[in-house]
Design a protein around this ligand. Structure first.
Ligand code: ZN
Length: 134
């Protein structure tokens, strides 16, 4: 992911602001300007919608051989989360024993450091998920 795109997306990433289609009520994250179901009818009717941040693990995988920038961080879990609003997010599961992660586990979004760019000194933050104690 290029840096300019990353920075442009920061407000929505930090606040989990998606879009709600004013026609069918479906919620999208990342935000979209047009609802793929309603298409032209949704033009101008997509409203900002803040996700609650809570969801359920639909599927997950344990990364043991990470890409170079995440070297030394493995093993870690990446999960597909179905948010309570109905959209799907992918993110790392943190603060949790890898053996405890399971399909159907309730999680909530939290903001964490994702990556440090040594050359530029930039630190990237984004959402990850942690177990939601009920
Ligand atoms: Zn729609």
């Amino acid at each position: 992911m290029g840096v300019p795109r990353y920075w442009r997306e920061i407000p929505s990433r930090y606040n989990l602001i998606g879009k709600k289609c004013g026609v069918c009520g479906k919620i999208y994250f990342p935000p979209r300007s047009i609802c793929p179901t309603c298409r032209r009818k949704s033009a101008g009717k997509m409203e900002d919608y803040k996700l609650d941040g809570k969801g359920t693990v639909e599927s997950f995988t344990i990364i043991r051989v990470p890409p170079p920038e995440f070297e030394g961080k493995s093993p870690y879990a990446i999960a597909l989360i179905k948010m309570d609003e109905g959209c799907y997010l992918t993110g790392q599961i943190v603060d949790c024993n890898l053996d405890d992660i399971h399909i159907g586990m309730r999680v909530e979004a939290c903001f964490r450091r994702i990556q440090e760019d040594g050359k530029r000194g930039a630190i990237y933050y984004g959402y990850k998920f942690r177990s939601l104690k009920s």
